[in-house]
Design a protein around this ligand. Structure first.
Ligand code: NAP
Length: 247
């Protein structure tokens, strides 16, 4: 059994997940780098984790696949004996106006962004309860609070994450397990890179900070929530958006 801090980050091959994996690395961290299919990118994350002293472990599986999640966490717990930190970050967007949205677009987004958090949290929660220690951070979004045309599926999933976070926080705080959410605004990643220039400029004009966010901005918020000093903070939604929305 590992006596190091065991950290699981879903969707850690790119973007925010990679920055979170690096921010939570450091000497004494075993970092499980989950991804779905982007092996090369995941290897880059692993190299970045190693460069700051963490021990990376690549684990490809789909967070939307109940059986795959069960198997993966069984393996993680067999090898490491514990999970201290779970960051539910994996997510996808499949944008469309509601009038045109296909059932498959709704299902994929709800399964990957929301059901995944039910599955991954359920897979670690018993171990965390036994340990009497755990930190769970769920990545929601500014649009889960504000709404956004063309994203009813994504916004429903992200709003659902907030309800799940608050309920689970109430279930688990007596066992010294905190559950919080981080709500990024507009962050520079593959997810937002292909937006038309006009849309990007329109968004920028709504950000008082005068710049888009970086994955590292979000990672710093996650690092705070999993820190020892945040042990009395639970059920919260920490907005990281340059002042675009204040909730
Ligand atoms: P990204 O750059 O598109 O990266 C998404 C990550 O999720 C990749 O590592 C991807 O792995 C993984 N992933 C996708 N589907 C998966 C699945 N079924 N199983 C396991 N891994 C899966 O996205 P991002 O911008 O960093 O977003 C990360 C999180 O922040 C998401 O939950 C997103 O909704 C949220 N968020 C982002 C923004 C933003 O402005 N970027 C704003 C608010 C919230 P593969 O490459 O292997 O598929």
């Amino acid at each position: 059994m590992s006596d190091k801090r065991v950290v699981v980050v879903t969707g850690a091959s790119r973007g925010i997940g990679r920055a979170v994996a690096v921010a939570l690395s450091g000497p004494g961290a075993e970092v499980i780098v989950n991804y779905r299919s982007g092996r090369e990118a995941a290897e880059e994350t692993a190299a970045a984790v190693s460069s700051v002293g963490g021990a990376p472990h690549l684990m490809p599986f789909s967070v939307a696949d109940a059986e795959a999640v069960k198997e993966a966490f069984k393996e993680i717990l067999k090898v490491h004996g514990r999970v201290d930190v779970l960051v539910n970050n994996a997510g996808v967007a499949r944008d469309n106006l509601l009038a045109l949205m296909k059932g498959a677009e709704w299902d994929e987004v709800l399964d990957t962004n929301l059901k995944s958090i039910f599955l991954c949290s359920q897979a670690v929660v018993k171990a965390m309860m036994k340990q009497r220690y755990g930190r769970i951070v769920n990545i929601t979004s500014i649009v889960g609070v504000m709404g956004n045309p063309g994203q009813v599926n994504y916004c429903a999933a992200k709003a659902g994450i907030i309800g799940l976070t608050r309920s689970l926080a109430r279930e688990l705080i007596s066992r010294n397990i905190t559950v919080n959410a981080v709500a990024p605004g507009f962050i520079e990643t593959d997810m937002t890179r292909d937006m038309p220039d006009k849309v990007r400029e329109g968004l920028l004009s709504q950000i008082p900070a005068g710049r888009y966010g970086l994955p590292e901005d979000v990672a710093a918020a996650v690092a705070y929530l999993v820190s020892e000093g945040a042990g009395y903070v639970t059920g919260q939604v920490l907005h990281v958006n340059g002042g675009m929305f204040m909730g």
